[in-house]
Design a protein around this ligand. Structure first.
Ligand SMILES: Nc1ncnc2c1ncn2[C@@H]1O[C@H](COP(=O)(O)OP(=O)(O)OP(=O)(O)O)[C@@H](O)[C@H]1O
Length: 229
């Protein structure tokens, strides 16, 4: 196994009249092909931790390594380039662009990265949509899709640049139970095919779908935390 992302002693605090500790001394090693879920009560710091792991926010102290590369001294421009090339994001809201078709939405990250020409990007987008079972929706606009289909399109977009890690924040938060099960199964099958996935969720079903579940309490990993049966 090899480490995709390693975090050591991450600390994130918001300063203010009343300082708030969002993430408190979190250390984590994410191995290639692992599907990890992060659970815990509302306000326990799950999203804050995911933002640190996704290089969308910076820790006040602690260190991160992406595929062995230490990130502490990287400026925002370099982190943005890493996010585009190596990370894929899925949020509770899909953030697909309304004026583009589903296929064009999936092509956008490829066009930004510039590793594939337009023809190759178009073909790869269709391949990803096929893999997620929504190739027949490729020419439609996001507003014409169901919630579950939109989330699968967002997942296809997250996969566009062959990320080393997919970070998902409540990916099933807006979905009905059938679509939730479907997205969970897709994440599981992606991990079975070697994709590394970290998902923040309130959905207890993730506990059995994932390889490992981490419980956060007050910004810290609770070693005694166990998913609800
Ligand atoms: N910008 C902010 N200003 C003040 N407090 C914040 C801010 N962002 C987060 N917090 C607080 O930090 C704590 C952690 O928030 P976070 O969103 O990471 O928790 P969470 O576990 O993801 O919650 P949820 O399950 O409700 O999404 C919460 O108490 C939250 O209210």
């Amino acid at each position: 196994m090899s480490s995709v992302l390693r975090a050591e002693h991450l600390l994130r605090r918001l300063q203010g009249d009343v300082p708030v500790t969002l993430v408190n001394d979190v250390s984590l090693d994410i191995q290639r092909g692992e599907f990890i879920c992060i659970m815990g009560p509302s306000g326990s710091g799950k999203s804050s931790l995911l933002y640190l792991l996704g290089l969308l926010d910076r820790p006040d102290s602690g260190q991160l390594w992406l595929e062995g590369e230490a990130l502490a001294r990287y400026d925002e421009e370099r982190l943005a380039a890493l996010r585009l090339a190596k990370l894929g994001f899925v949020f509770q809201f899909h953030f697909l662009l309304a004026e583009f078709t589903v296929q064009q939405n999936v092509m956008l990250p490829m066009q930004r990265l510039g590793r594939r020409d337009d023809g190759a990007a178009r073909a790869y987008a269709l391949h990803l949509l096929e893999r997620l079972g929504i190739a027949d929706q490729a020419a439609k606009f996001p507003s014409q899709l169901s919630g579950g289909q939109r989330q699968r399109a967002a997942l296809a977009r997250a996969l566009a640049n062959d990320p080393v890690l997919i970070l998902a924040d409540e990916p099933t938060g807006n979905l009905d139970s059938a679509s939730t099960l479907n997205v969970r199964q897709i994440l599981r099958s992606l991990a079975d095919a070697g994709q590394t996935v970290v998902a923040v969720t309130h959905d207890a079903g993730f506990a059995s779908a994932a390889d490992r579940c981490i419980g956060l309490v007050d910004g810290s990993i609770d070693p005694d935390w166990r998913p609800a049966a």
